[in-house]
Write a protein that binds this ligand. Structure first.
Ligand code: PBG
Length: 352
């Protein structure tokens, strides 16, 4: 029986002959042997680094709970960060904006002089098309009420409006495309957001700007640090009327199928570490579409805290987490640890 047949047999629950001389340890005894048979390779080219560009900071300041800084959008420090990442082999970036003020129209989200728009123009001016620049398209950090959609009314009372929000997303995406984004990434979990953005981009002539859809984004407590960083927690209610229920995995297949149908170029599962089964399910259901997994702020904080408390060796823990996300089936890993991990890989400090 070939290995492939044995694998298929095992998956189908078939009975395999006993292997009295099997010694799996034979291939684990030495590192070169382990490397030879390793199934998963971590490469910094698959990491995407989130960056927070802030109108409220005039110099880089640490984010606190997770690695990274707030960066002024037009600073040399921002260019230095991206250049350094490029040197380490990290080539893609996901920009989030922290505006000077939030209002009822989320106006800093689509202003041509908004933080993300400024940062995009600045990075393009300084570094051309070497970095891949993706942008988060959402209003939670720009709107005074902190929801991912505009406030509205449902039959039972106050709720987050859907279709009115789509118009704002389209406007934000076009403003990012105008400023030089390669990829726009809608994260608000409104129905129809990918179609609305695709249509607007095409109408404005940006057929060449890709959409990375936050397709299966769960209502997760692992977003806590991020919401602190961008002051984007909802001022009333919660996000459970639009983000996914952590109890569901098959529903992720539905969300991804809909987003592919609406024109998504890349789909996403978020968070990553607590949703490895969902990553695997989506990869097996749609193996041909690039899949991103977002190792979110609370997950990064767990690694930071465990290391700080001396509960684990940081490098080993970090690379194990990222390897697990790749092994589950993610093509792209969005991670606050992109630089640190890339450095470890470059130095050959691989703990396996
Ligand atoms: C919402 C958004 C969130 C994150 C990125 N965009 C989560 C949320 O507040 O619901 C979380 C990222 C993280 O925790 O690292 N637009």
């Amino acid at each position: 029986m070939s290995r492939v047949e044995a694998h298929a047999g095992a998956r189908l629950g078939g009975v395999l002959p006993p292997y009295p001389r099997a010694r799996p340890r034979r291939l684990r005894l030495l590192k070169p042997l382990r490397d030879l048979v390793s199934e998963t390779i971590l490469d910094p080219g698959h990491f995407m680094l989130p960056i927070f560009v802030s109108e409220r900071h005039s110099k880089p300041e640490p984010l606190g709970s997770i690695p990274g800084n707030y960066y002024p959008p037009e600073s040399g420090d921002l260019v230095d960060l991206v250049s350094k990442a490029l040197d380490f082999g990290v080539k893609s970036f996901l920009l989030f904006g922290y505006p000077s003020r939030k209002d009822e129209r989320a106006s800093r989200a689509y202003a041509s002089d908004g933080p993300v728009q400024k940062a995009l123009r600045h990075l393009r001016r300084e570094l051309g098309y070497e970095p891949v620049l993706a942008t988060d398209v959402c209003i939670c950090n720009y709107h005074s009420e902190g929801h991912c959609g505009l406030p509205g009314n449902c039959r039972f009372g106050r709720c987050v409006a859907n279709d009115e929000t789509l118009e704002v997303y389209a406007r934000i995406a076009v403003s990012h495309a105008e400023a030089g984004a390669d990829i726009v990434a809608p994260s608000g979990m409104m129905d129809g957001q990918v179609a609305a953005i695709r249509e607007a981009l095409d109408r404005e002539g940006y057929w060449d700007v890709a959409i990375m859809a936050y397709s299966a984004k769960y209502a997760s407590s692992f977003y806590g640090p991020f919401r602190g960083i961008l002051d984007s927690a909802p001022r009333w209610g919660d996000r459970r009327s639009y983000q996914m229920d952590p109890r569901n995995a098959w529903e992720a297949v539905k969300e991804v199928a809909l987003d592919i149908g609406e024109g998504a170029d890349i789909v996403m599962v978020k968070p990553a570490l607590a949703y490895l089964d969902v990553i695997r399910l989506v990869k097996e259901s749609f193996p041909w579409i690039p899949l991103a997994a977002y190792n979110v702020s609370g997950e990064a904080a767990l690694v930071e805290l465990a290391a700080r408390e001396g509960l684990a060796e940081k490098a080993a823990l970090l690379l194990e987490v990222l390897t697990a996300i790749r092994r589950a089936g993610a093509d792209i890993i969005i991670t606050y640890h992109a630089l640190e991990a890339a450095q470890l890989l470059k130095e050959g400090r691989i703990p396996f």
